[in-house]
Design a protein. Sequence first.
Length: 144
Amino acid sequence: MKLRLLPLLCLAALCAMAGIIWAQKSVPLATLPFSPGRLAGPTLYVSGQVPRTADGKDVRDSVEAETRQVMDNLNRVLKQNGYGIDDVVNVTVYLKDISDYAEMNKVYASYFKNGFPARATVGGVEIVFGFRVEISCVAYRNGK
């Protein structure tokens, strides 16, 4: 009985591994099961933005270029929902390699002219589609 189950278990393991490989292929953001931004009262939660342009082109030139595209994407989602960068109160930055912290930080800081939001940075993580930078944020505005 156990010998009969072995081929099925091997097949299931192969299918699971293939699923992981398939899941890593680039797919249009519109087909993923999340919203780029979700408004909850005066608070806007912006999903993790990756360095992909609005027309679907991946930006992979450097950590600087990826960070700039991600920040532009955050700004676009904020603006679409009636918010601006000054409304951001909390940010989470994910870096594939924490040694990219200084390069990311230089670009990130250039977007905030009126003070910085609270922030956490996590390094050494696998980011979707093989990107090096992903950023999510929370924006809040009284009376919104």
